[in-house]
Structure formats: C-alpha cells, structure tokens
Ligand binder design. Structure first.
Ligand SMILES: Cc1cc2nc3c(=O)[nH]c(=O)nc-3n(C[C@H](O)[C@H](O)[C@H](O)COP(=O)(O)OP(=O)(O)OC[C@H]3O[C@@H](n4cnc5c(N)ncnc54)[C@H](O)[C@@H]3O)c2cc1C
Length: 301
C-alpha cells in the first residue's frame, strides 16, 4: 500500500504531531511525504521520499487540496494520513471529498486494519475498518513518534491552481509559545482561580516553568479572563498531552470531553467530591492558592 503523509511545518521545523503521523504511515505501507512551505521542515519528515511544495507557505484550502490530491494520485496512494491539527482538520475532509475517498476523523488508535475514533465528544469510541481508500487525521500525541529517518526531498512540479481567497499573512493570536492541541504538557485553570489576574499570576508562570501550554475551562473564557483559543472541552479544543493539570476546574462533562484522553491527569481542587477526581490519576484536595505557589517553589529548586 502506498501512503501519503502530509507533514506540517512550524517555521523551519517539522511539527512533532507530523512525525507521529509519519511513524503510523510507515506502519501502513510505503510512505511518501508532502510538506508545504518549508524545505527545511520537509527534510526532517520521517519518510523515505518527501515532496516539498515550498512555494505554498500559508494554508490555502483550495491550493493545498489540489496539490495533495495530485501527489496522492501520482503515487498511486490508497491512504493519506495527516495530524489532526487545525490545518489537518480542515484539509483532511476536503482532500477526501476531492479524491472521492472515505474519511476517518481524529483517530486515537490504529490496530491492524481498524481505527478507533471518538464520537459524541468522546462519549463513545467508534471502530472503523475501511475497505477502500481513505484519508485519516490523527489526534496529536495519541500516537508515538517513531525512529524513522528523513529521506530524499524533491520539489513539487505539478499544477497549483489560483485561489480566489489567498492568505497574505498569518499572525499568532496569543503569546503562548506552545500550541495547546499539540503540547506534551497542558496546565489549565478554571473558576476556582476567582479572578482573571490569578490566571496570569498562577497558571501562566506554572505553564512556563513546565514548558506547558495554558488552557482554560469555558467558565473563565465566558467571563472574559482568557481568549476562546485557550478553551479546552466540547466547544473548545481537544487535547491529549502526556500530562494535563486541572487547577480549580470542577470537571463538567463538557470539559472532560476535551481532556479525558490525556495520558496523566493531575487535579487540584479543594472539593473532594469534584467530578474531575473521577478521571484524575493524581488528585490534590487542597486550596490551589497554596498548592500552585508550593509547586512553583519546588520547580525552582
Ligand atoms: C453546550 C455546552 C458546551 C460546553 N462546553 C464547554 C467546554 O468546551 N469546556 C468547558 O470547560 N466547559 C464547557 N461547558 C461548561 C461546563 O458545563 C462548565 O460550566 C464549566 O466547565 C465549568 O468551569 P469550571 O470548572 O472552571 O467552573 P466551576 O464548575 O465553577 O468549578 C470551579 C471549581 O473550582 C474549585 N475551587 C474553587 N476555589 C478553589 C480553590 N481556592 N482551590 C482549589 N479549588 C477551588 C471548586 O471546588 C470547583 O470545583 C459547556 C457547557 C455547555 C452547556
């Protein structure tokens, strides 16, 4: 089976989530990489042969779909895998429609021909066994990165259609250096923080000390303490980090829908009955205003 792995550049580096998808692609068959925007990132993708569309820097749905479809057809591929980043979630279904293939969204596991993906905000897990060509997006951090090495890079030589809505520039919406959905560690704060400034005093410094991305419950997003880009949950982002810290978050079902797949969950909440403790691997039943500074001191030592 020939498989296309679409890698995503983060500046001049390939995203870790793309390397995880590349490792899975290598399990499926002969993988061919496709990376947009950066030759340097293309040369890092763990695939034996990589096509670099270096002229296409900013995501454009029409152009990226057209180029990816050409690469897939030229390679005689019957599968495409992409990390389920913001780009992957947009490009994946478009590409599946363009190719007339099936689509597997936000896969969590692959098990010898079967894919596991969440339905109804993670309340049930669906098992899919595709019997024809498909595009799959893989949830970041759900799959391990392999030890595959990068291969040869060749420039894309096909047709790039004109787009009626060209992206002319991109600006980061927040100051966080770590993207929430791809972070290995996420520290999230909730209404237990009492006021907006405590997010900046406690959550952001703790996140910085751990090299973590900072998230939030909807309660504090709705209160205007942090932008919606920080929201974790059913109507926010889904995260699957190695470590998720929930600070002053009750653990409503809608919040759990976005973080319960985390590998290790640590909850700090003064209410021992808070539902977050049902999914937590480690629970600290105490006042967060004492625990977070104590953690910071311990991390400083
Ligand atoms: C359709 C719909 C979609 C939704 N989508 C989302 C979503 O995507 N994400 C999301 O998060 N929510 C979502 N919600 C809202 C969700 O139902 C909850 O209201 C929200 O998650 C609660 O946020 P919270 O845990 O910060 O606040 P609360 O539920 O008020 O919990 C605050 C917690 O802090 C603890 N606490 C208070 N003081 C301290 C202290 N000093 N030390 C330690 N602990 C303390 C309390 O014991 C409490 O458990 C959605 C709701 C609906 C109806």
């Amino acid at each position: 089976m020939s498989v296309i792995i679409i890698g995503e550049a983060d500046g001049s580096a390939i995203k870790p989530a793309s390397q995880q998808a590349a490792a899975l692609a290598a399990q499926l068959g002969d993988s061919v990489g496709l990376v947009f925007g950066s030759n340097s990132a293309a040369s890092q993708l763990a695939a034996p042969r990589v096509v670099s569309a270096s002229a296409l820097e900013s995501y454009d749905a029409l152009q990226f779909t057209a180029v990816a479809a050409q690469v897939a057809r030229d390679a005689g591929a019957t599968a495409v895998v992409i990390a389920a980043t913001a780009m992957g979630k947009d490009l994946g279904p478009r590409l599946a429609a363009e190719l007339g293939w099936g689509y597997i969204a936000d896969a969590l596991e692959y098990d010898g021909g079967a894919w596991i993906r969440p339905n109804y905000a993670g309340k049930v897990l669906a098992r899919l066994e595709p019997n024809s060509a498909f595009v799959a997006t893989l949830r970041p951090n759900a799959f391990p990165a392999g030890d595959g090495t990068a291969g040869t890079v060749e420039e894309f030589g096909g047709e790039v259609p004109d787009s009626p809505a060209m992206t002319v520039g991109m600006e980061s919406a927040g100051s966080d250096v770590v993207e929430l959905t791809e972070a290995a560690i996420v520290v999230s704060g909730g209404r237990g923080l009492e006021e907006a400034e405590n997010y900046d005093k406690l959550i952001r410094p703790l996140g910085a000390a751990l090299g973590a991305a900072c998230g939030a419950s909807r309660a504090i997003v709705d209160a205007g303490w942090v932008p919606h880009s920080h929201q974790v949950g059913q109507t926010g982002k889904t995260v699957t980090p190695e470590l998720y810290m929930a600070v002053g978050i009750s653990g409503a079902i809608q919040h759990l829908g976005g973080m319960s797949g985390s590998k290790c969950i640590v909850a700090i909440n003064k209410d021992a009955e808070a539902p977050i403790f049902k999914v937590a691997d480690y629970g600290i039943v105490h006042d967060l205003f004492e625990i977070v500074p104590a953690l910071m001191t311990a991390l400083d030592d």
